[in-house]
Design a protein around this ligand. Structure first.
Ligand code: ZN
Length: 451
């Protein structure tokens, strides 16, 4: 078996691993590169493989840094199946067309404002290509064994978001695990990740390889932040991933309102897709902790502004209020319009809800930037910037270590670390070398591993 690391190395984005056994070739995850320009430019480079020789794609979960490159390959002629959990298929049915729409809007915006070096900027892919790629999706349940050529595979629950799985691949008498993004033992919404079987090799995510999640209860932290913003009479802007994080926020805010810990102020979920996502969460109740009633309250909490005109009308809303909008790292989406309008107001509080990848506006604001560039314009940052870590969908390095301890890995298991910034990959490697008996190394971009 041969594994080529085509993304998700030295960064948290662009996850893509080519697995070859005999004449069979599969791609595990097919994510977009995001963040730094040098990374995003990789989205425009052709993959170093002939798409006609690819027998299948397996997707661990719906987040775009794992799924968002599928429409690009479909546009380039890929017609083989994409195997994934049915909930991931449902979530991609919302996320991928939305990503196509954002790509189209970006290209139009660059054309209108003559940004960039191309006279006629093209989208990486459009909504139609995203829609067509969804026809390739083949749902497989957790634990269901399926084959692609000579390779046998199954997904098992990883607890990161709805439908998220770790992938176990078997060929040539070897067993390899792809952790995917790994959830937490006590996530606000999701059940804990299932333990891994014995493996020859594990590709392990390292997003939180150098940080522990704060002990503070996200419910308490959110209550304090909402009440302080209400006291100032400002707006609370929450850049959030539309899938996972937004539902956790809806659930927490609904709980705070119901218990009277915050005022009954208006909450707007400014996203063309969020209402459908909450519905999908309620459909797959076995994977998460919410009761039927809690699901109902989560769905009912916010006013959904799906259309662009409704979204624009939020500019006329009276303070205080809460707006949740994508994207989670303020790299695009509707949150940009709200930030452009409200960042210069000292009464505003911008609350990031998770990890901010290097090079994103989110990372810049959190590190104290005095101004940020939005749509080609420098906007002064007068707002207070905060982050709430307790809502992260990723296990931290100690939680990962405990997950490995619950697994059937042995000292013969090799671990290759992926999906982390360089400093968290190194910290994770050092931590696991100190505390476990596995051979641990950091994977590098475009490296090839044979076993
Ligand atoms: Zn993810």
């Amino acid at each position: 078996m041969r594994i080529t690391f085509l993304g998700g190395t030295e960064t948290v984005t662009g996850s893509k691993y080519l697995v070859e056994s005999g004449a069979t070739r599969i791609l595990v995850d097919c994510g977009l590169f995001q963040g730094y320009k040098r990374l995003r430019e990789r989205n425009w480079q052709p993959l170093p493989l002939d798409l006609n020789q690819l027998d299948g794609i397996v997707l661990t979960h719906a987040h775009l840094d794992h799924s968002g490159y599928i429409p690009r390959l479909s546009q380039q002629g890929y017609r083989k199946p994409v195997f994934t959990h049915p909930a991931t298929k449902a979530l991609c049915g919302i996320l991928l067309p939305d990503s196509g729409r954002i790509q189209e809007e970006d290209a139009r915006f660059h054309a209108r404002h003559r940004l960039g070096k191309h006279a006629f900027p093209q989208p990486l892919y459009d909504r139609a290509a995203a829609g067509r790629s969804l026809e390739l999706f083949k749902p497989v349940e957790f634990g269901e064994i399926f084959s692609i050529g000579s390779i046998k595979l199954h997904l098992q629950a990883a607890g990161h978001i709805l439908g998220a799985g770790s992938l176990i691949v078997e060929a040539e008498g070897k067993r390899v695990g792809f952790s995917g993004d790994v959830g937490r033992p006590d996530d606000v919404l999701m059940n804990p990740p299932d333990p891994l079987p014995d493996l020859d090799l594990l590709l392990l995510e390292s997003t939180y390889g150098n940080r522990r999640h704060a002990e503070t209860d996200p419910l308490d932290q959110l209550a304090t932040i909402v009440n302080e913003t209400v006291g100032k009479g400002g707006a609370l802007l929450i850049p959030s991933f539309a899938v996972g994080r937004a539902q956790a926020l809806q659930h927490l805010l609904a709980t705070l309102k119901q218990t009277g810990r915050i005022a009954d102020l208006p909450v707007y979920l400014d996203s063309p897709m969020a209402v459908s996502v909450a519905d999908i969460y309620c459909r797959y109740s076995a994977q998460h902790r919410l009761s039927h009633d809690q699901c109902h309250h989560m769905c009912e909490l916010a006013t959904y502004t799906r259309g662009v005109e409704e979204s624009k009308a939020l500019a006329g809303q009276r303070f205080p209020h809460i707006i949740i909008a994508g994207s989670g790292m303020a790299t695009g989406g509707r949150i940009l319009h709200h930030l452009k309008r409200l960042l210069r107001d000292h009464r505003t509080l911008v609350l990031f809800t998770g990890y901010q990848a290097g090079g994103t506006r989110g990372a810049k604001m959190l590190s104290g930037a005095e101004s940020v560039k939005i749509h080609g314009e420098w906007v002064p940052v007068k707002a207070r910037i905060e982050v709430i870590h307790g809502l992260s969908g990723h296990a931290d390095y100690v939680e990962i270590q405990h997950w490995l301890a619950r697994s059937q890995l042995t000292e013969n298991t090799a671990i290759k670390l992926v999906h982390g910034e360089p400093e968290s990959l190194e910290a994770m490697r050092d931590h696991l070398r100190r505390t476990t008996r596995y051979g641990v190394e950091v994977a590098s971009y475009q490296s090839i591993l044979s076993l």
